[in-house]
Design a protein around this ligand. Structure first.
Ligand SMILES: [Mn+2]
Length: 306
């Protein structure tokens, strides 16, 4: 029997990362190493730090990665691509050119007789209002259309800068650590969801960039016996190079380590001095607000007219 693999959050092309080419090569070598034993690969979101495709044009870069994905699908390996919150502006290129199956929403799928709930994980249980509003705008079709009317010189640059900025403003460019079972939004959300969906065996998410493997008990008892579910968060492919494998019987997390790979360097600082940097961050944030404010206007108007 073949394996099914799950990984997420490579954030390829991030302007904040010094080791982006090393990182892409490592991901490609990993995919190459599993291609013979994989029945399917699930990419659970944010594979690119920013991707926006236009009708006749796609972003520069990622050739090794896209080539390897295409090789896998040509061989008959299913590649399931979940959009994250950094790369959801894709409109058919990855399906047509690379043969992936695109998923824009969380999916419940049966794999080797087990029920899996799969999602990138953004927007599930996160109470942050600013993030919710942005998420709504990102997924709004009118906003998406408008983004494609903006020349890439501006649209792509803003997206890449914005994504890099959100990484740089965190300490070491890394995500905050696990907040614990009773505070981590995704865990709380999952506990609630499993009450109404007791058939799910495994929940797998990306987005948080932490490695988590948690057994969850159901408060309800099912036909006299309590059932358990397991929840995994996949880490990332920036620093951790972690993935999950399901072999039909066991689900486990692994880390892809290569002997010859160099130590991973940190986050690139902004150009110029510190004083300069904060100025620039400010400018980026203002332009984000203006940009998305303008883009949201027409959709707000059409919503109001209904
Ligand atoms: Mn994400």
């Amino acid at each position: 029997m073949k394996n099914v693999y799950f990984l997420s959050d490579a954030h390829l092309g991030s302007l904040a990362l010094q080791h982006k080419r090393t990182q892409e090569r490592r991901l490609v070598r990993f995919l190459d190493s599993i291609k013979e034993k994989a029945a399917a690969v699930y990419l659970l979101g944010d594979m690119f730090d920013f991707w926006n495709e236009y009708r006749y044009v796609v972003p520069k870069g990622y050739t090794r990665f896209l080539g390897k994905i295409s090789e896998l699908t040509d061989m008959g390996v299913e590649v399931h691509w979940f959009v994250g919150n950094h790369d959801l502006w894709t409109y058919g290129y990855l399906e047509q050119e690379c043969g992936v199956t695109m998923h824009r929403k969380p999916q419940t799928v049966e794999i080797f007789g087990k029920e899996f709930y799969l999602a990138h994980g953004d927007g599930l249980g996160d109470p942050d209002r600013k993030f919710k509003l942005l998420r709504w705008m990102f997924h709004n079709h009118v906003c998406q259309r408008m983004l494609n009317f903006v020349h890439p010189w501006w649209g792509m640059r803003l997206g890449l800068e914005w994504a890099a900025h959100s990484r740089r403003k965190r300490e070491d460019g890394k995500e905050p650590p696990y907040m614990g079972e009773d505070r981590e939004h995704l865990v709380l959300w999952t506990k609630q969801y499993m009450e109404s969906h007791p058939n799910i065996d495994y929940f797998i998410y990306g987005h948080r960039h932490i490695e988590l493997d948690l057994n969850l008990d159901r408060s309800q008892r099912q036909q006299g016996q309590s059932r358990r579910a397991r929840m995994l968060i996949l880490g990332d492919w920036i620093w951790q190079f972690t993935y999950a494998v399901f072999d039909g019987e066991h689900l486990f997390m692994e880390q892809y380590i290569e002997g010859e790979s160099r130590a991973i360097k940190g986050v690139l600082p902004l150009n110029g001095q510190r004083g300069h940097a904060s100025h620039r961050l400010h400018r980026i944030e203002i332009s984000q607000i203006l940009f998305y404010g303008l883009m949201a206007l027409p959709s707000l108007i059409t919503q109001m007219r209904r």
